[in-house]
Design a protein around this ligand. Structure first.
Ligand code: ATP
Ligand code: LTN
Length: 353
């Protein structure tokens, strides 16, 4: 890990806790993969870390969005993150567009990022293939993400497996900027959960469960799904023709592995403990029934808190305004350092009030 004295002085961080930054897009309905691959880990570790979590609306508009829906989904996602356990006394949760330094950082970093690095990104290839028209923003998505991370001098970036390549690109961009200008950035590390890092679709265990597909029946478990719906989706999950309930790397058995993985993370058990739980199970029907029960049980308190929070939108907005104020305290000095480093004349501070 590369940390410079310059960085440490200019970015006051907790002396003992490592800084964490992560983000989530307010597009579509949050699903179980988001919770197991990201939110749960953010919440479980928030006491040990110095945390910044961001609802990335600038990223969301890289593909077409309905403005009213985006506004609604942004507040809903904030409520969902608090409901999952993000504690405003321990973590800073804010909306990306509230802190203008993110867009500014993206521009400056664009100018040190070769286009070839962006064209290689798998997410860009996946999201652009077959589209009639692709926005420049979609190609630039990972640079905006690098800006998010680097502005906060984050050491750790907890994300699902699908985002690892983007965090690696953020490392490359940080190192390139540090080499060209002065050593300004902490080089971040991706932190991927061992299990839960890649929750697969119930209808197709070879495809990652994703918010964007959550409208497809039987694909995802949405965090707000009612117990009946959850039960229906899990009972219909694609498995295989065998009958053995154990973890396995065999792609043919990806469906069962996926169900066991969900159960493992939600019950906080080891693989052998999970397998022991199913020693008396009679086939995949039993497995699915118990997985559905655990998911329903795990989501019930989250859903309850979510609806309470959504009852008081003014309070939710107030929490987000405070979050943005706290985020600005870190991001603003950093963007000034970036501007200084690349040779901009900084505005005369003595004249601003
Ligand atoms: P979209 O379909 O819009 O890309 P998404 O469901 O993939 O949405 P993001 O907002 O891109 O969700 O991701 C939020 C966080 O959830 C990221 O850390 C991402 O890695 C994680 N995540 C998303 N889907 C999964 C999954 N199926 N398994 C594990 N982690 C996931
Ligand atoms: N691309 C991420 C969301 C994201 C993010 C970030 C994650 C935007 N900026 C910074 C970690 C750090 C995704 O999950 N799709």
């Amino acid at each position: 890990m590369q940390t410079t004295s310059n960085t440490i002085e200019s970015q006051p961080q907790s002396k003992t806790r490592r800084r964490v930054f992560s983000g989530v897009q307010p597009s579509g309905d949050p699903q179980l993969g988001n919770y197991l691959g990201a939110f749960k880990g953010w919440v479980d570790r928030q006491d040990q870390k110095d945390n910044f979590f961001c609802i990335v609306d600038l990223h969301a508009i890289t593909v077409e969005q309905n403005p009213e829906e985006l506004r609604r989904q942004t507040r809903e996602l904030a409520a969902m993150l608090f409901a999952c356990g993000i504690d405003p006394d321990k973590s800073t949760l804010f909306i990306q567009s509230h802190v203008t330094a993110h867009a500014e950082a993206c521009w400056i970093l664009n100018c040190v990022t070769p286009i070839g690095w962006l064209e290689r990104m798998t997410q860009f290839k996946d999201k652009s293939t077959g589209q009639d028209s692709v926005s420049a923003g979609l190609l630039d998505y990972p640079v905006l993400m690098a800006g998010d991370i680097l502005l906060y001098s984050a050491h750790e970036v907890p994300v699902g497996e699908d985002q690892k390549q983007h965090v690696e690109l953020a490392r490359d961009i940080a190192q390139r900027f540090n080499r060209i200008y002065n050593e300004l950035f902490v080089v971040p590390e991706p932190v991927i959960p061992e299990v839960g890092g890649r929750v697969m679709g119930l209808n197709d265990p070879n495809v990652k469960m994703s918010k964007s597909f959550s409208h497809i029946r039987g694909h995802a478990i949405r965090l707000l799904d009612e117990p009946k719906e959850i039960q229906r989706s899990v009972m219909r999950a694609v498995t295989d023709s065998e009958n053995e309930i154990r973890f396995s790397d065999d792609p043919e058995r990806a469906g069962v592995n996926n169900l066991l993985g969900m159960y493992k993370v939600l019950t906080d058990q080891t693989e052998s403990e999970v397998e022991a739980d199913f020693a008396d199970a009679r086939g995949y029907g039993d497995l699915k029934k118990r997985v559905a029960e655990i998911v329903i049980e795990g989501l019930a308190p989250i859903q309850k808190r979510y609806y309470e929070l959504m009852d008081d939108v003014a309070e939710l907005d107030r929490l987000l305004t405070t979050g943005a104020d706290q985020a600005r305290q870190v991001a603003e000095p950093k963007i000034q350092e970036m501007k200084q480093a690349v040779g901009f004349v900084l505005p005369d501070q003595s004249r601003s009030q």
